[in-house]
Design a protein around this ligand. Structure first.
Ligand SMILES: Nc1ncnc2c1ncn2[C@@H]1O[C@H](COP(=O)(O)OP(=O)(O)OP(=O)(O)O)[C@@H](O)[C@H]1O
Length: 360
């Protein structure tokens, strides 16, 4: 089922937790809401689940206005960060809990619970107690329990945050697969950009009660709309400066480290204060005599070997810059000073504005 927010806003007293928001989530979409702690992600999820009414505006699910429809009457199920399984019930009884509430007889409940447990790869574990399972297995029980009531929309509030890194990565793949096989609309709340980027069809980035960008993982990573998105999603170098000239969607920006050409998606005019944002992997070392659309010199401060790639920190006229290099196995670096280059399509020039560091 699709979801539509029209001008939906939430105030707690005088505090505006969510500003008026228009948002459409397509049926069968894996949609994530990504943002720092306190930005309003959970509040939006509560609007969808029916635990909270909008102070203004409207929520529709499957075309139906949700005003006056409580959580148990909505086509949604919710999975929390701290899942609460019933410790004295077996795994299958936990899964079947919602079905008992709906009046299903024991044999039918048990059969359905085991089907769902099969789907989350816990086929043989139904007669155990939750305490006999690992953290990841318990999380899968919670997912099976949420799916038991056949929701059209599954709302997931940081469901993996209590798991260790390896398990989290494994569960990402499982959740994505589960979403694809069931065709259920997933709305996934997280402050973990890796989670949002790997699983989602689309991501909404939120800051201070506002959705600041909605797009694919590629959109928010490669084409950030604001300084906040640019710095919240992934590593980013920042070169503050002033626009010198503009031409054909690009601008030349004068920074403390020189003047550089880069895309100017917001059409900033000459004289405007701006920042050139540049990903560490888009900066490369130039060979002696090699030309590049943009070039600057730097002195190596640190090199961190991270296996598949290495991270270089360079002191340049534009401040400290981070460069990420694929590890080619050829080892050493040329002598200082190093020359750095980047294409005129590599960065993005955006208005100076709030960054993820300011928001933290
Ligand atoms: N019932 C409430 N009364 C007053 N303020 C609230 C209430 N619920 C949430 N808030 C505030 O609204 C803001 C948004 O909260 P919300 O839980 O949506 O954030 P979040 O993005 O989900 O954060 P986190 O990732 O930390 O869970 C926060 O500043 C929070 O303190």
């Amino acid at each position: 089922m699709d979801i539509a927010l029209s001008g939906a806003a939430v105030r707690f007293g005088t505090f505006q937790a969510v500003h008026p928001t228009d948002l459409t989530i397509e049926a069968g979409e894996f949609f994530s809401i990504l943002g720092p702690s306190g930005c309003g992600k959970t509040t939006i999820l509560r609007l969808l689940s029916g635990f909270l009414d909008p102070s203004e505006g409207e929520v529709r699910i499957g075309g139906q206005p949700m005003a006056g429809i409580g959580p148990s009457d909505r086509p949604t199920a919710l999975i929390f960060q701290n899942l609460a399984l019933f410790p004295l019930m077996t795994v299958w009884e936990n899964v079947a809990f919602g079905l008992e509430m709906r009046g299903w007889k024991t044999a039918r409940r048990r059969a359905r619970a085991f089907e769902l447990l099969d789907m989350v790869a816990l086929g043989g574990q139904g007669d155990k107690l939750p305490s006999e399972l690992s953290g990841g297995q318990r999380q899968r029980v919670a997912i099976a329990r949420a799916l038991a009531v056949e929701p059209a929309v599954l709302l997931l509030d940081e469901p993996l945050s209590a798991l260790d890194l390896k398990l989290r990565q494994h569960m990402r793949a499982e959740l994505k697969q589960l979403q694809e096989t069931t065709g259920i609309t997933f709305v996934y709340i997280t402050h973990d950009q890796g989670e949002a980027l790997t699983m989602s069809d689309r991501v909404a980035v939120m800051n201070r009660g506002r959705i600041v960008q909605v797009g694919s993982a590629d959109d928010v990573y490669d084409r950030p709309a604001t300084a906040f998105v640019a710095t919240f999603v992934g590593e980013m170098n920042r070169l503050p400066g002033r626009i010198e000239s503009v031409a054909e969607g690009r601008a030349r920006i004068a920074t403390a480290g020189g003047s550089f050409l880069a895309p100017n998606p917001g059409g900033l005019a000459p004289g405007a204060a701006a920042v050139l944002f540049l990903r560490p992997e888009r900066l490369h070392l130039l060979a002696p005599g090699e030309a590049a659309a943009n070039a600057l010199e730097g002195r190596l401060v640190r090199r961190d070997m991270e296996g598949a790639f290495s991270t270089l920190i360079l002191e340049t006229g534009a401040g400290r810059l981070t460069v990420q290099r694929v590890n080619s196995g050829s080892g050493g670096l040329p002598a200082d000073p190093l020359r750095l280059g980047f294409a005129d399509s590599a960065g993005v020039i955006l208005p100076a504005g709030e960054t993820a560091d300011d928001a933290a």
